[in-house]
Design a binder for this molecule. Structure first.
Ligand code: ADP
Ligand code: MG
Length: 237
């Protein structure tokens, strides 16, 4: 992973024009909580990647973001940091319930991003759960799911909880993230995703990240995005 050169241009598609990166190149230049900053430092993250540099300033302001950058470009931190920071700013506590839902198309990817969440959230006191299908005991999950602040889940398992878990409650949701959004918005997940989104409060921050930019107006309407920032970072030759 190459660090970003100072003053590099970025293809941030906003009002149809290209604009420059924000000045910050290091995580330490962002307005992050000490807990998050310490965790990033401990994990050895110093310089932001291009997608992080282009999207984090917007995401940290609470804006809806549609981020596109190729695989391996560091998209996970671009949404995990804003999730943690938002709940920190809102002084989210154990009694506040689900504050963020992060949806991933596969169990494996959900597991990987859960590890990143654990790294970034290391010094915070949020509870987080990995809700994916498979052999994990869903009955035990049901008893605990309402105590979790951050849910990392596959669409099927999340919907299962929405349908079957007594008192499943996400009316205070602050941030919704779709990782690999193009895959989640694909026809295969269409029914589940519609059912999920219909049960979520509309007043929230929403972030979509994928390798290719999602521009389907229908999809964006479906997700109730508000004046989103379109951020595309492409490898220069
Ligand atoms: P993507 O989701 O875009 O495919 P990931 O978020 O999985 O990319 O990140 C790819 C790799 O880059 C991971 O090993 C991650 O730890 C590393 N990485 C991400 N951001 C940074 C950074 N700012 N500095 C150094 N390494 C990073
Ligand atoms: Mg990824």
């Amino acid at each position: 992973l190459k660090p970003l050169p100072d003053n590099a241009p970025v293809g941030r598609l906003h009002d149809g024009s290209f604009s420059a990166y924000s000045a910050a190149t290091k995580f330490s230049e962002l307005p992050l909580s000490k807990k998050t900053m310490d965790a990033l430092k401990k994990a050895g993250y110093v310089n932001m990647t291009e997608i992080q540099r282009a999207s984090l300033p917007h995401a940290l302001c609470g804006r809806d973001v549609l981020g596109a950058a190729k695989t391996g470009s560091g998209k996970t931190l671009a949404f995990v940091i804003p999730v943690v920071e938002k709940l920190h700013k809102e002084r989210w506590g154990p009694e506040d319930g689900v504050g963020s839902i992060i949806i991933s198309p596969t169990r494996e990817l959900a597991g990987q991003l859960f590890d990143v969440l654990k790294t970034v959230g290391k010094f915070h006191n949020f509870s987080a759960g990995l809700l994916i299908g498979g052999r994990k005991d869903v009955e035990m999950e049901k008893e605990r799911v309402n105590e979790l602040n951050i849910l990392v889940c596959t669409p099927g398992r999340l919907l299962q909880h929405m349908d079957e878990t007594p008192n499943f409650e996400c009316s205070q949701l602050q941030i919704l993230v779709l990782d690999e959004a193009d895959r989640i918005l694909d026809v295969g997940f269409k029914k589940s995703l519609n059912a999920i989104v219909s049960q979520l409060p509309k007043h929230r921050q929403t972030m979509l990240f994928s390798a290719t930019q999602t521009k389907s107006v229908q999809d964006l309407a479906r997700l109730s995005l508000k004046d989103p920032e379109y951020i595309s970072v492409h490898e220069k030759a």
